[in-house]
Each structure stands twice: as C-alpha cells, then as structure tokens.
Unconditional design. Structure first.
Length: 385
C-alpha cells in the first residue's frame, strides 16, 4: 500500500488533507507535536469526522496511525517513514515550516537515492508554501540542492475548507463542509502526468490559483477581522453582520478582482461567481470563528506578497483602485490585541519609529516608489481614532 505522511493533525490536517489522502487509498501516518491527539488516533485506530452539510453525519477514516514529533522514541520512526513515503503533506502553519523541515531533512538524508522521489506539498495559507518549506529544508540539511532534488519534489498548493474542532464523548472530532479546494501544481510532481490525490485539482499555473484564493478568501477574511476588531467584535459573524464592514469588504473584493482580471485574464462572470460563493460561505459559517484567530499574526498578513499588500501594490502599479485595500492595511497596522505577540511588535515599532517607517518596514511599500498608495495608507491610518 502507498504511504502518505501528514504533518499536522489539527482540523485542516485531519478534516481536509486526512480525508482526501485517506480516500486516495494511502496508508496514512499523522505526525503532530501534541501527544494528546497522537494518542487518541492510535487508541481509536481511526480519525473521526462529521459532515456539517449532512446533519453532522459521523464518518471514520480508518487505516491511520500517528507519531509524536516531540518524543525522541517516535522521531526515528518518523525518519524511517519518510524514507518510504510516496507523498508528504503539511498543515502546520507557515511559521512552523522551519521546524517541520528539520524533521523532513533528517528523513531525506536517510533515504536511498535509488528509490522513487517523494512528492512533498505544504498546504499552508501562504504564497508558494512548498517553496518556503524547501528553502527552510535546504538550510537545515547537509544535502546539496541537487541531492534534495534527486530525492524529492515540492509542488505548490492551494487549500481551503471550512473545518471546526469539537469534542464528542471526550474525543476530538472535526466538522467538515462539503465544499473544499485542494489544488496541486502538477508540473512539479515526480510524474507530471499523475494525480496522486484523487479529489484534488491539478493546475499548470499555480500562481493564478494561489492569488485568487489569497486575495478573495484570505484577504477578505483578514480585512473583516481587522475592521471587526476595531469595532469591538469578538466573533466573525458579528463583523460580517455589520453593514459598514460588509460594504467595505465587498468593495475590497472588487478592487482585488480587478487586479486578478488584469494580471491573469480571469473571466469576470466566473470570478464574480467565485466571490459570491466564498462570501456566502463566510456569512454561513462565521459564527464558528473568532476575530482574534483570523486576525492573528498581522506581520505575516502585511507581507509584501501576502493577502492585502500584494493586491494593493498590483492595483497601484496598474492604475487600478486601491482605496479599500489601503484601508484594510491601515486597520491591520492598528491591530493591537495584547494576546498577539506579533501585533504588539508592530505597535512597539510604530511607537518608536512612526507609522510611515512601519509601512516601509513591514509592508515594504516605499514612499518614494509608490507614493500614492503609501500616502493613502497613512491617511486611512490617521482617520482611525
């Protein structure tokens, strides 16, 4: 039987990747840092899911096991499994790809070069996350890049599904929606004609898929959370239920859509359908999500290639509208949740250096290069009480 390793046994790890990998006929091994979920999977011998669109019908993913990466006795088993794996996937959050890469590197160093390559795919909310994972891996291994490339491939991905952790009879269960995205960069697979995960989509142009999801799903979600936080909301359904916020978000979506049409030639009618379906899904499921969780780590979300700044820069460079993207960026800079370490680092930087320096430092938008966008963000920031 083919072997798959899934790093991360959280809601996405079990509810999206675990489900589609299991359904593709693999012997599935979860790897997680938390021993509680590892022990549960091994004790039960299955992963429990509930289908939220079907009256929470319960299903089981069987023929699964789990290993704990924080236990020395399991690490050797993980390395050994990596040497035999057909595919390796991750859903650990992008900030944890570095530590995950160290484990994968150890396994690749033990892999027989004469065996088939392993497809390694990072399913994270970041632009070209598999490339990021590979970059970390190269820094954490004695192997050369040529040797790594002889052992593994790193196709980029797009991933999206509504999932929700819950406890049933003392056991962790994941609620999942029917609707999901799992898109794989087919040209980078070890066999570019293969489809190793049967329910995934495969694309020749991953960037357009990545940016459509990043701008119109992740960007919209983040903007709503920052607008909502300012108004004192704690749950995302409160934010989406605010008419002013919803109006601003829809205008932001329109700005980002124009960027995507200009950049990739998306059909406007099809893109409008995509926007409508994603916004309706947010409105339907937002009661499950906390503002603080969605807003978490504004430093990453304010990155030059991320969900708010990237479309804003593209809009400015192409003489398109960017008013609501700039407004969302400004509110992200105002996010001062005292329980969010990355947010507080931004606030400390602003106190010491001012908002203009912060925009150049975190968003990499330079006043002398993109003055109109830069000044609009400052203007929106200064409007906030």
């Amino acid at each position: 039987m083919k072997i798959a390793i899934q790093f991360g046994a959280g809601a996405i790890g079990r509810g999206l990747l675990g489900k589609i990998i299991h359904d593709s006929g693999y012997k599935l091994i979860f790897v997680d840092v938390f021993d509680k979920i590892v022990d549960q999977i091994n004790e039960d011998g299955y992963v429990g899911l509930e289908l939220m669109d079907h009256e929470n019908k319960a299903i089981k993913l069987e023929n699964v096991s789990a290993l704990c990466s924080s236990k020395d006795e399991d690490l050797e088993k993980i390395y050994e499994a990596i040497t035999k794996a057909d595919i390796i996937t991750t859903s650990v959050r992008v900030e944890n790809l570095d530590s995950t890469s160290k484990i994968i590197a150890k396994g690749l160093e033990k892999k027989d070069p004469s065996t088939p390559k392993v497809d390694i795919m990072a399913f994270e909310n970041a632009f070209r996350a598999s490339d990021i994972l590979k970059g970390h891996l190269l820094q954490n291994t004695s192997l050369t890049e040529e040797e790594v490339d002889s052992l593994a491939t790193f196709p980029n991905t797009v991933t999206d599904r509504i999932v929700q952790n819950k406890t049933v009879d003392g056991r962790s269960v994941v609620e999942i929606s029917d609707d999901f995205e799992a898109v794989i960069e087919q040209t980078k697979l070890k066999d570019s004609t293969s489809k190793p995960i049967k329910d995934a989509e495969y694309t020749q142009n991953i960037d357009e898929e990545l940016e459509r999801k990043l701008f119109l799903v992740n960007g919209v979600h983040a903007a709503t959370s920052y607008f909502g936080y300012y108004k004192g909301y704690t749950m995302m359904d409160e934010a989406f239920g605010d008419e002013e916020i919803l109006s601003d978000v829809k205008k932001l979506m329109e700005e980002s859509s124009k960027v995507l049409i200009k950049k990739y030639g998306f059909d406007k009618v099809e893109l409008d359908k995509f926007k409508e379906s994603k916004l309706n899904r947010f409105l339907k499921t937002a009661s499950h999500d906390e503002v603080a969780r969605v807003a978490r780590d504004p430093q990453r979300k304010l990155g030059k290639t991320d969900r708010l700044v990237s479309p804003a820069i593209s809009a400015y460079d192409n003489n398109l509208e960017y008013d609501y993207l700039a407004k969302a960026i400004a509110y992200a800079f105002k996010y001062d949740n005292k329980e969010d370490e990355k947010a507080l680092e931004i606030q400390d930087y602003i106190k010491e250096n001012g908002i203009e320096k912060a925009i150049e430092h975190f968003a990499e938008i330079k006043k002398d290069e993109r003055s109109g966008l830069f000044e609009k963000i400052v203007e929106e920031y200064e409007k906030i009480d």
